[in-house]
Design a binder for this molecule. Structure first.
Ligand SMILES: [Zn+2]
Length: 296
């Protein structure tokens, strides 16, 4: 416990002003369990989670849905990512990229493909051909504003080091203007806080890209239940986005990176062979049609 308090203090020293307290995490875990108990047919899926606490997970393998586990992971990730990005040459940009094709109506969050979004992000970053490029972030879902139907908006929120703003805007902008696509590239001013922000994975209302004075609606009980049920099917780490670094935020050297992309190419051809029926629509909406076709 003392070690974790020390870790939390260390995170605060890194410039993170709103790191979740242990008490807030406990509240969130209880709320999550209450929501899920009401909607799940099989309460057995929650086994072990009620005995989790700040220092211990009741499951053999910690799950993404466990709020204590997420806090523990963030405590490790934030200093490690900061160390990595501080040493990088920069420039550092905070990037939010969303595609209309990733969005889902309320009640259909389980249709979201985190892997497809991450793949698209990687393809775009590959187009920059920058050997030292680093990206760290997460795939996020948030509740769309009422006038947009209160469904789920999906995005990748990340910090990218090593590319110019105009080049990032070029590779991430879509060639056709599909509705629901969005992109914001902003210079990083407080690195510690921005790392904490991009690695946050709690459910929130969608924050407008530029009108930051608009407070997003708080997700309703139904949204929260659906969100937690979706998390229940995810592995810890599944939403994490990394480029140019390994699972511990160590920079990948070029040789290891080439090896990793060769492996990814193999995986990609397997995925393409098993292309899901909605890939066409996704590709169209994504606006990276040319890139994807070129790679296949
Ligand atoms: Zn746990």
């Amino acid at each position: 416990m003392a070690a974790r308090m020390k870790q939390a203090r260390r995170v605060a020293k890194l410039g993170v002003s709103d790191f979740e307290t242990g008490a807030a995490t406990e509240q969130l875990q209880n709320e999550m369990l209450r929501r899920l108990e009401r909607v799940l047919f099989d309460a057995g899926r929650l086994a072990g989670l009620e005995s989790c606490n700040q220092g211990y997970c009741g499951r053999k393998k910690c799950a993404e849905v466990c709020q204590f586990g997420t806090r523990r992971r963030r405590l490790k990730e934030i200093p490690a990512a900061l160390h990595l990005l501080r040493k990088s040459a920069g420039p550092l940009y905070e990037v939010r990229i969303g595609r209309g094709g990733w969005a889902q109506p309320a009640g259909k969050l389980n249709r979201v493909s985190v892997a497809a979004a991450k793949k698209l992000n990687r393809w775009a970053l590959d187009q920059l051909y920058i050997p030292d490029l680093i990206a760290v972030g997460t795939f996020k879902v948030s509740v769309a504003p009422k006038h947009e139907g209160s469904g789920w908006k999906c995005e990748i929120h990340q910090i990218i080091s090593g590319a110019k703003k105009k080049d990032l805007e070029k590779v991430f902008s879509s060639s056709r203007h599909a509705s629901g696509n969005f992109l914001k590239v902003k210079e990083v001013t407080n690195l510690g806080q921005t790392i904490s922000d991009v690695l946050k994975r709690n459910v929130q209302g969608w924050q407008h890209l530029y009108q930051t004075e608009i407070t997003p609606d708080r997700p309703k009980k139904d949204h929260r239940a659906e969100y937690y049920a979706w998390l229940l099917g995810l592995n810890a780490d599944e939403r994490m986005v990394r480029y140019g670094c390994d699972g511990y935020f160590n920079k990948l050297c070029q040789r290891r990176r080439d090896h990793a992309s060769a492996r990814r190419r193999e995986n990609t051809s397997m995925i393409v062979a098993k292309r899901p029926p909605n890939w066409g629509a996704f590709r169209k909406a994504s606006g990276f049609g040319g890139v994807i076709r070129g790679r296949v």
